[in-house]
Design a protein around this ligand. Sequence first.
Ligand SMILES: NC(=O)c1ccc[n+]([C@@H]2O[C@H](COP(=O)([O-])OP(=O)(O)OC[C@H]3O[C@@H](n4cnc5c(N)ncnc54)[C@H](O)[C@@H]3O)[C@@H](O)[C@H]2O)c1
Length: 263
Amino acid sequence: MKRLDGKVALITGAARGIGAATAERFVEEGAQVMLTDVLEPELRALADRLGAGFAAWQVVDASQRDQVERSVEAAVEQFGGLDIAVLNAGIFGEMQTVDQYSESLFDRVVEINLKGVWHGLRTAIGPMRRRGGGSIVITSSTQGHSGYYLSSPYTTTKHAVVGIMRNAAVELAVDNIRVNTVHPGLTDTEMMGGLHRTASPDDPSAAMQAFATAPPMRRYGSPREVANMMLFLASDEASYCTGSCYMVDGGLLAYHGGPPPGA
Ligand SMILES: NC(=O)c1ccc[n+]([C@@H]2O[C@H](COP(=O)([O-])OP(=O)(O)OC[C@H]3O[C@@H](n4cnc5c(N)ncnc54)[C@H](O)[C@@H]3O)[C@@H](O)[C@H]2O)c1
């Protein structure tokens, strides 16, 4: 018996990084997955790799409510219901000071990282109620608990999804629908690749090495290490877990960031 046998999952931002690793982990454990993202070739390649009986895909902009609704309907139609939603699509935005940040980009980060989560969450509830319960996992960040430089809308939205998670968890407990957030720290994906290129255009790997000294574990996490937490929360092993935040950050948030002794 696998950990997600008989379960159907919808994953947003599934084409690469943490979302793709989550899809792979879920299928390894017996789930059928509806993959959604804006990157069609990557979606198609991932679905081919996972196999037609286990994976379907749709091009969906997570900020567009009608597209999100269609993808949930498609998951139900294709696989017979919905048990799990991993609301993971996100962008970092540009690195800009709080006073210089462009309003249009601020709005775009909010539309994807916050309203995208809201669209996915509210759309998943109906089908989950019909199944007698479900699990909704939202990807936040260490920046859902603390600030960083030059990324005010990102920090804002990653805090805000904790709020919506808590409210939804309280309301939906009666329906046996659990809602939690996962908070990755530095994770080796294209999102961080973009930051490395911005911080050190001539040598992005130097930026990665420098960033990697921040967490007490002194390394990046892998997408699969985050996916393992998604898997736990999605599975029945987490049957009494709702309304909480789960860190996967190599100890980053436990550390106040001061210099080590002797430095
Ligand atoms: N990588 C990290 O260090 C890190 C740390 C904390 C939190 N996160 C969060 O993890 C989640 C996944 O990011 P990742 O690190 O795997 O980065 P990534 O860039 O590899 O993946 C993000 C995915 O979201 C998709 N996406 C972007 N805008 C979208 C939209 N409008 N509609 C649908 N899909 C869209 C992208 O195409 C991409 O496939 C994000 O919410 C991110 O904020 C990442």
